[in-house]
Each structure stands twice: as C-alpha cells, then as structure tokens.
Design a protein around this ligand. Structure first.
Ligand code: BEZ
Length: 255
C-alpha cells in the first residue's frame, strides 16, 4: 500500500504554517498593486495574499495546482476568482498587468516552462514579482532528511528531486534569456520560527510527503523521529524550532 497522501492539507496550512502568508505581505508591498490592475497570483494557496492584493482595488485571479487549496481559497474569498492550474503549463486568455507568486516556484522543477507561461500571460511592460526558496534553502533539513532516509535503507527516496532552489544568478539568467529585464533581485537569510513544540514535526509532515513515496506509516515515523532528533542540536533554541529559510526575491519586467 502506498501511504503517500495528497501533499496539501489546507487546514494544516492555515493553522500551523500561516507564516507563509504573513511573510508574503512584504512581497505584496514589492508588487505595489494599483487600483484597477489585473493581477495573476501563481500558487495562491488558501488565498490570503490574493485577498490582500484584492483589498488594494486590483482584479485578482488566483491559480494553484491543488484542488483542495483552490476550494478553500474560494470558500474564504468569494469575490475573487480561483482556478486549478499548474505553474508550468497554464495558458490563460486574459493578459495581466502583473504576475505575483509567493513560496511556490521552488516546487516547480520545470522552471523554464513556468517562466514561459508567466511571460506569455503578461502585457508588454508587465511585471513579475516573486519570492521563493533560493540556493541552500532549508539546507539543514534537506541534509538531515536525506541522511535519515539513506541510513534507514531508502536510497531511492533520499535521491528524489523534490525542490528547485536556484542561486540568484541562475534564476535571473533564466529570466533574462526569456526576455525579462530584472530590476531587483536579492537572496537573503530568513530563519523562520515554526509554531509550537512540534514545529519541526509539523513542517516535515506537511512538506516532505514527496520524499516518502511507497513508505509505510511506521517507516515514515522512523525517518521523522531520526530527523527531529538530529535537528534538535541545530534548529531548536530556547524552546523554539526554526527552519533555515533562504529566500530569492525578484522583480522583473517583460520587455
Ligand atoms: C519554502 O517556502 O521555502 C519551502 C516550503 C516548504 C518546503 C520547502 C521549501
């Protein structure tokens, strides 16, 4: 039996990982949405940032590849249009003044395809504003997880490619090759406090399902126990868990 569940749980996302939307507010500031603009939110999750953009008077369209996330977003924000689309192969009839994306593009391994889709749906001089995991993002967690999977004999799982965390130069080069002018790009450390005593366990359970393909529940628990124990030395301070996030934040204009 394959014990891998759908990877997104919108209730857990909103209750235990609401920092994703809270930190995303700075990215909305960089977007600086204006009244009447048409803005696409790629990877809208449960819709909180789409709503923040909507509150500025813009028309927002949120897309996400998780039907569960889209259903939750639609329930929370009835005035905003949400649909299920994947970041690497969406084609929309509408053209947008801006494309916004927070904490999504590191899940998109076909990054050139995503950049093509984003470019194609922008108006001339439209802007692309995004933040996601950059090079060395959550590195301590990735190293510990791969080590635990390897030690427990799950080599194939340890070698699964799940995330794309590019360097600043790699990603801005891809954008320039596609025809964007990159006006602003930064790669910065953002150690992130995880909620409550089980912070790291909740994070691992929410985000590492794709590493656990074909593992049974007791095997998954053994992996998570090992990682939690290992990370306690480095990622747990004064009763709080931290994840070593490193963000790539970008503003680029379609030429
Ligand atoms: C991130 O936002 O950087 C992230 C979230 C979950 C898994 C990996 C990275």
């Amino acid at each position: 039996m394959n014990t891998v569940e759908p990877i997104w749980n919108s209730n857990l996302y909103d209750s235990k990982h609401d920092f994703v939307s809270k930190y995303g507010q700075d990215v909305v500031k960089l977007l600086a949405p204006k009244k009447g603009e048409h803005i696409l939110d790629v990877g809208c999750g449960t819709g909180d940032l789409a709503d923040m953009i909507y509150q500025e008077g813009a028309f927002v369209f949120g897309i996400d590849n998780s039907p569960e996330m889209v259903a939750t977003a639609q329930k929370k924000y009835a005035n905003i249009k949400f649909e299920v689309h994947s970041a690497e192969n969406f084609k929309l009839t509408e053209q947008f003044d801006a494309v916004f994306s927070n904490a999504t593009l590191h899940w998109v391994l076909e990054k050139e395809k995503a950049i093509d889709c984003i470019y194609d749906c922008l108006k001339d001089k439209g802007r692309f504003v995004a933040e996601f995991g950059g090079k060395a993002n959550v590195e301590s967690i990735v190293i510990s997880l791969k080590k635990a999977l390897t030690e427990l004999g799950f080599l194939e799982n340890a070698n699964t490619l799940v995330w794309y965390f590019p360097s600043l130069s790699e990603y801005t080069t891809l954008l320039e090759k596609r025809g964007f002018r990159v006006c602003y790009a930064t790669h910065f450390d953002r150690p992130t406090e995880l909620k409550d005593e089980n912070g790291i366990r909740n994070w691992l359970e929410m985000f590492t399902k794709l590493f656990m393909k074909n593992l049974q529940k007791p095997e998954i628990d053994a992996v998570l126990d090992k990682v939690e124990q290992d990370l306690k030395k480095t990622n747990y301070q004064n009763g709080k868990w931290y994840a070593d996030y490193k963000r790539l934040r970008i503003l680029a204009i379609k030429q």
